[in-house]
Design a binder for this molecule. Structure first.
Ligand code: CO
Length: 139
């Protein structure tokens, strides 16, 4: 049993080539509430976030060709980019994962959107899906 207490699915992130076109489907066709559109210059992406609290959907679209998301799109096409699990204690979660040999992309947390502390686990350790862990500050 794990000492890590996950709160649940924070968000899923979907890589798209055309943000406006994707928004038209998710907001206008499916009727999901668009919470915000955010430009993240650090990561060279624009994001559109649907919903509030746990279970949000985030569309991510690169604004430059030399980014991780742009490379992902070239290689794999549009689709699921990562999932994010909210945890109570990110340091404890990373220690637990490390002890179990999970390949961590971020051994120490970094600051993500909304000021939350985040860290990524390599898809090799999570059945093929890039996984973000997040502690704190829901939008
Ligand atoms: Co994310």
């Amino acid at each position: 049993m794990s000492i890590v207490k996950a709160k649940g699915l924070d968000h899923v992130a979907i890589a798209v080539r055309d943000l406006d076109k994707a928004i038209a489907i998710y907001r206008d066709a499916l009727g999901l509430p668009l919470a915000e559109i955010e430009e993240v210059p650090d990561q060279k992406v624009r994001t559109a976030i649907f919903g509030h609290g746990l279970g949000r959907i985030e569309l991510i679209c690169p604004t430059a060709n030399d980014t991780g998301v742009a490379k992902f799109l070239d290689k794999r096409g549009e689709g699921l980019h990562h999932i994010c699990i909210e945890v109570e204690d990110l340091d404890a979660a990373l220690a637990e994962l490390k002890a179990r040999g999970a390949p961590l992309i971020d051994e120490t947390p970094k600051v993500g959107a909304g000021g939350a502390r985040i860290a990524f686990i390599h898809p090799r350790g999570t059945a093929g899906v890039l996984t973000e862990l997040r502690q704190g500050s829901l939008r």
